[in-house]
Write a protein that binds this ligand. Structure first.
Ligand code: AMP
Length: 495
């Protein structure tokens, strides 16, 4: 295999005149339009001396041009580094220093690195430079030869120690998973994807987009998820991919669905646990059994419920055909069916390691190549996986990962806070909500007292939604804070 973009480019040529991407009330692209934009943006990148292997860090709003920029990076062999738009400038400083990009594409310019801009409407210096004489006369650069294991993207995930880790994904990782998902989900050219996910995360950028792009199918590209927007376009789509929050929010709208959904081929869900009540409510309301799957930044998709066959709520289905999956003890020894252990995976979709973190990589990828996901699960006799918890203290709020340590470190610096413990508790809308349990120095603190100093430091989705004052934190004999006790005590905070 070569450059993953070479495969996509063939599809774009083959379906040149077909609809590719439509923003409701906004622009519509054919595959030829997408291809032309990718070519134009590749030329702009080249004019900034972006070479194969160079990183391009991108923190911009979702737009078709944003997607084209990702593909342009693939085309020239650059490494695409998408960042959540919620990250604050302080967080961005870290990503820039860690990724050392040749170029930054953002909503605003920076002084420490060459910057181009791209706004929510698809305007900005990135776009105006497409018609600059030195860019247009240089022409569209060819598709850079790449090998399977050459780096295509770095996706930052929150770090257990507070520092984000960059998962390194190769052209081979992207290509193999895109093909496996096409097969598993019976993707057809006649499908129309409802794309309401952000494109800074593997779910929207790779999982959803690749299925549509690789099959020459159109997508309805919503700038963001909102119930009204989804209701308006659902009638023209056949596949929706979302996080559980999408499903709970749609169910919370009594007018949903406005019309029968017989034309929908499949509703796919993942990135966080989908509860059985939501699965059942969805089936009751729409007649569709949601297809739940399981993946992560480091591996894209690992397992999926079957398209044809029983979709069992609260399970995440079977390993993709080329993936080896085991439930293991702490030493990596496989455990028998029915026992709970850590989910470990090995296969062509599994990343090669964390960017410039050889020790972390060695901690999480075993010598035999299995990646220790940190999720706890159990396999039944047929090989169907259920996730029963997480080994790490990870919180998943609205589909986004929050590592408590990062929040606790900042909370502990807030005047009046003696110590803190951050937990996730069940929340109807977000799945889990971030809660700060603090021991105050003297007087009790209010949520707004701790939020003010966090505003500039921490993305909104990581900020606590509730604060609880306690006189001391529960600890085990080793002095470790018992998060499980806290999670139980405050489980009904949002009930
Ligand atoms: P991320 O790297 O942001 O994609 O987050 C990956 C994590 O999300 C996984 O390690 C799991 O803990 C969780 N996750 C993804 N899909 C599911 C699912 N279907 N059910 C439960 N947890 C999930």
């Amino acid at each position: 295999m070569t450059n993953f973009y070479a495969e996509l480019d063939q599809v774009f040529t083959q379906h040149a005149g077909s609809p590719c991407l439509k923003v409701p009330g906004g622009l519509q692209w054919t595959f030829a339009d997408l291809q032309a934009n990718v070519g134009g943006l590749a030329a702009v990148l080249k004019s900034h001396q972006v070479e194969p292997g160079d990183r391009v860090v991108v923190q911009v709003d979702k737009s078709p041009q944003n997607l084209a920029l990702y593909l342009a990076c693939l085309r020239i062999g650059a490494v695409f580094v998408p960042l959540n738009t919620a990250y604050t400038p302080a967080e961005l400083d870290y990503f820039i220093s860690d990724a050392e990009p040749r170029l930054f594409v953002g909503r605003q310019t920076r002084s420490d690195v060459p910057t181009l801009t791209l706004d929510a409407q698809g305007g900005g210096s990135l776009i105006t430079q497409m018609v600059a004489p030195q860019v247009s006369t240089a022409g569209v650069p060819g598709v850079a030869p790449r090998k399977d294991n050459d780096l295509a993207a770095i996706v930052y995930t929150s770090g257990t120690t507070g520092r984000s880790k960059g998962a390194m994904l190769s052209h081979g990782n992207l290509s193999s998973n895109a093909h496996d998902l096409t097969a598993a989900w019976g993707w057809q050219q006649s499908d129309v994807l409802l794309h309401a996910l952000p494109v800074f995360h593997v779910h929207g950028l790779f999982i959803a987009s690749h299925c549509a792009l690789l099959n020459g199918s159109p997508m309805v590209f919503l700038p963001k998820f909102d119930v009204q927007g989804v209701q308006e376009v659902l009638g023209e789509c056949t596949v929706m991919m979302g996080v559980p929050t999408f499903y709970t929010r749609l169910l919370a709208d009594e007018s949903f669905p406005r019309q029968p959904l017989d034309h929908m081929r499949v509703f796919i869900c993942g990135s966080a646990p989908l509860t059985e009540p939501v699965f059942e409510a969805w089936e009751g309301r729409t007649g569709h059994r949601i297809l739940e799957r399981y993946g992560m930044s480091e591996t894209i998709i690992n397992t999926t419920n079957p398209l044809d066959g029983e979709r069992v709520p609260a399970t995440v289905g079977f390993a993709l055909p080329k993936l080896e999956l085991r439930i293991a003890d702490e030493q990596g020894n496989p455990l028998p069916a029915g026992e709970v252990g850590t989910i470990e995976v090995r296969g062509p979709n599994v990343f090669s390691g964390y960017w410039r973190m050889p020790e972390k990589t060695a901690d999480e990828i075993r010598k035999d190549g299995y990646f220790i996901t940190g999720d706890l699960g159990t396999l039944d006799a047929q090989g169907r996986l259920s996730i029963v918890g997480r080994g790490k203290d990870l919180i998943i709020s609205g589909g986004y990962n929050v590592y408590p340590k990062e929040v606790e470190r900042l909370l502990d610096e807030v005047p009046g806070v003696k110590e803190s413990a951050v937990i996730g508790v069940p929340h109807a809308d977000f799945g889990e909500a971030v809660v700060a349990v603090i021991v105050p120095d003297n007087a009790d603190l209010q949520l707004q007292d701790v939020l003010a100093p966090l505003q500039d430091q921490l993305a909104r989705f990581k900020q606590p939604k509730q604060l609880v004052n306690v006189t001391e934190l529960p600890r085990n004999t080793m002095g470790k804070v018992q998060k499980n006790v806290l999670r139980e005590s405050y489980a009904h905070l949002f009930a």
